[in-house]
Design a protein around this ligand. Structure first.
Ligand SMILES: [Zn+2]
Length: 383
């Protein structure tokens, strides 16, 4: 698949992980052009099948940049990694947050305090962090709302592996109180870093380019496909308080937005190497990939759209039925059910936008037999 081997970095495992999913592992990744990064796999605050968050330490000449801060629990693992690498955490001059999820920004304030490093985020992070989860998710499409309600509490949230509302509240406080030194917008550059706004997984997702490395946060991951957001759950009223250039919900949420952002990264093809926040190491394998990985995630979503339409056929189905046909029983276990429903709905939204499916009695989808969605997708891929 990769024609030009000269770009591929040399990855060296400096310390073995303590877990099969890579937790505790420390790697040195050296690019052929001379850039070097170190990375450590730090655990999330509760069990997650995505595995540890990979925090990257980048030497940008005048100091060290940290790409993401990890969860609240991560701080001691990061300090330990600095000790192991015989580096000083006080050399960190900035901590760049890729997006507003607890396993990326939970430890930001603590790390900023012990290192003296500034916290940098995307513009939208600084606006949306004052919006509660409840506010953010209270505008459900009737189809979605009905499915969540019918699922019952045990099938929505598995207390062992999903954040309960108390954890949500703590995280909201943490984000509100975070001292942000600088916000960046799309295309901005600083000390060799270029910041790309790549919304879709979250509205505020940043992909950070440094030389031929792309720190993709959760935007592009090996092995797994990150969850797209849904347009429907976001309340338009929240947008009223946002800066003018961020008032269009179509530009920051939903599957089409996500595919558009993936296409931006995929454009770099074999000329860029992905530094993902999860699954860099898993089960003894180091997943170093080029930006072409973004293209295969686009293809994955296109295949999922095909699958949804073919499983619907001429039948009229509610969201639960489509979700249960689309995912295996195992994938719908416990807390995964809610995630599977929102994943399915994000695809249905795109099909509603293209008028390929219609909604009957607020909760049933019916396929019109058309494939207009191809007109939307042809902007981002060859069909
Ligand atoms: Zn995330």
């Amino acid at each position: 698949m990769i024609n030009d081997q000269s770009l591929m970095p040399v990855s060296k495992l400096l310390r073995q992980p303590t877990e099969l999913d890579g937790t505790g592992g420390i790697l040195k990744i050296s690019m052929p052009d001379g850039d070097t990064v170190y990375t450590v796999g730090v655990p999330q605050d509760w069990y997650s099948p995505t595995g540890p968050t990979w925090i990257y330490i980048v030497d940008h000449g005048s100091g060290l940049g940290l790409m993401d801060a990890g969860s609240v629990l991560a701080q001691k693992y990061i300090e330990d990694a600095f000790n192991f690498l015989k580096m000083s955490i006080s050399d960190v001059d900035r901590i760049v947050i890729t997006h507003s999820h607890l396993d990326h920004d939970g430890g930001a304030q603590g790390l900023s305090e012990i290192s003296g490093g500034e916290v940098w985020t995307h513009d939208l992070y600084d606006h949306l962090r004052f919006v509660s989860f409840k506010e953010m998710n209270s505008n459900f499409h009737p189809m979605l709302w009905k499915t969540y309600k019918d699922a019952g509490p045990n099938r929505q949230i598995n207390k062992n592996d999903r954040p309960d509302s108390d954890r949500h509240k703590k995280y909201e406080e943490l984000r509100k109180n975070l001292k942000i030194s600088k916000t960046v917008s799309d295309g901005e550059t600083a000390n060799g870093f270029t910041f790309f706004h790549t919304p879709g997984h979250t509205a505020d997702e940043l992909t950070i380019k440094f030389g031929s490395m792309f720190f993709t946060g959760d935007h592009v991951l090996p092995e797994i496909s990150p969850h797209p957001t849904m347009k429907a759950s976001f309340q338009k009223s929240i947008l009223d308080s946002m800066p003018k250039k961020y008032k269009n919900v179509e530009s920051f949420f939903g599957l089409e937005t996500y595919i558009r952002s993936l296409a931006r990264v995929a454009e770099y093809g074999e000329k860029a190497i992905i530094m993902p926040a999860h699954r860099l190491v898993n089960k003894g394998k180091i997943n170093v990939m080029t930006a072409l990985r973004a293209q295969s995630i686009i293809e994955h979503h296109v295949q999922r759209i095909h699958k949804i339409l073919s499983l619907m056929g001429t039948e009229t189905m509610n969201l639960e039925k489509i979700t249960r046909k689309l995912f295996s029983h195992f994938q719908l276990d416990g807390g995964s059910y809610q995630a599977a429903v929102s994943e399915t709905f994000a695809h249905l939204e795109l099909l509603m936008d293209s008028d390929d499916i219609g909604i009957v009695e607020e909760e049933y989808a019916v396929w019109n037999g058309t494939e207009n969605y191809k007109n939307i997708l042809k902007n981002y891929r060859e069909i």
